[in-house]
Design a protein around this ligand. Structure first.
Ligand code: ADP
Ligand code: MG
Length: 312
């Protein structure tokens, strides 16, 4: 069970909201089975995004179990306001990076800084409020579609909810349903596809509008056409205002236009740079790109390529 290390002496609705968001996180990160032990420092300050959201991992090592390190002395700087990508084989620790950033776990050694502040020194609320995630598998509540989107920002008006849904390319679909915005979803409601869930998650994120955005294989369940349109929309949203955004992806063609691409292998960043930089390195990224380009027509993902035993 997810354990809070901070006493919740907030008032009614704020408390419920916070508890709800922790429940969401719990589902989001599959935390049920772990005992979360992170602690806030005494009188923590709120995270201050004074430089626009630069994220630094400095010599970070981490493993879920002492005998199996996942991140090994990982160092990487995600510049403020840029669009970056993290690529690497399944299981190499990409989602772990996000879990550390959210402080669901603390690094065993090294440090993580946001705009120069060690994330251990800031309040957990301010840290988690600043980061928005579109996960691979979006948790839905047994409630209406409207509620599920508004969840990104509890006090949003129906109009705001609708606008966010439009930008996430899901509004038309919702409006065609017999019960429209009141359609029940979740375990006891209408079944919706993985792609629709991801669009709901994007709508939530648009509504929440956090300064740091994380897309964790967010478009992986979409067909190529829907993926392309959604990515175009996400890009236009990112252009509105400078926000640090991190895309974890398997399909390299969804991230090749990133400002920086970090290639992870064996718990470390082995290559980094722009797409042209990485191609001219003729290393791991270039190999992956070549392999995916060949199979583009078949819509192959890195995962499938791994299954098929291609050397990476
Ligand atoms: P990626 O997102 O790159 O596919 P993850 O960061 O989710 O990989 O996981 C990295 C490794 O850590 C995997 O081998 C995974 O099995 C393992 N792992 C993930 N979560 C846990 C956990 N809660 N307990 C133990 N091992 C875990
Ligand atoms: Mg992952």
């Amino acid at each position: 069970v997810f354990q809070l290390s901070v006493p919740l002496n907030f008032l009614g609705s704020v408390y419920r909201e916070l508890r709800q968001s922790l429940l969401d996180m719990e589902t989001l990160f599959n935390l049920q089975k772990v005992n979360v032990t992170v602690k806030e420092v005494a009188n923590p300050r709120p995270l201050a995004l004074t430089k626009g959201g630069e994220i630094k991992f400095q010599n970070v090592s981490f493993g879920y179990h002492a005998d199996r390190p996942i991140l090994k002395d990982l160092t990487m700087t995600i510049p403020a306001g840029k669009k970056v990508a993290i690529v690497g084989p399944s299981g190499c620790g990409k989602s772990t990076i996000l879990r550390l950033l959210f402080r669901f776990y603390d690094a065993d050694s090294g440090q993580i800084l946001i705009d120069g502040q060690n994330i251990r020194d800031v309040s957990l609320d301010s840290l988690r409020e600043s980061i928005g995630v579109v996960p691979q598998d979006t948790p839905l509540f047994n409630n209406t579609i409207e509620h599920n989107i508004r969840y990104g920002k509890i006090d949003a008006s129906l109009d705001d909810v609708k606008k966010a849904a439009q930008r996430a390319r899901i509004a038309d679909l919702i409006e065609r349903l017999p019960a429209g915005w009141n359609t029940m979803v979740g375990e006891r409601g209408m079944m919706i596809s993985g792609g629709e869930k991801q669009r709901l998650a994007v709508a939530r994120l648009i509504l929440k509008d956090p300064p740091l955005l994380f897309f964790d294989e967010a478009t992986s369940a979409l067909d190529t056409y829907t993926e392309q349109t959604l990515l175009q929309n996400i890009n236009s949203i990112l252009k509105d205002k400078a926000r640090t955004s991190v895309f974890v992806a398997h399909r390299l063609r969804t991230i090749f236009d990133s400002d920086i691409i970090f290639v992870l292998k064996d718990g470390q960043v082995v290559e980094q740079g722009t797409h042209p930089d990485l191609l001219s390195l003729k290393g791991l990224y270039a190999d992956l790109w070549a392999a995916q380009e060949v199979s583009l027509g078949q819509d192959m993902t890195l995962e499938k390529e791994l299954e098929e035993g291609r050397e990476i």
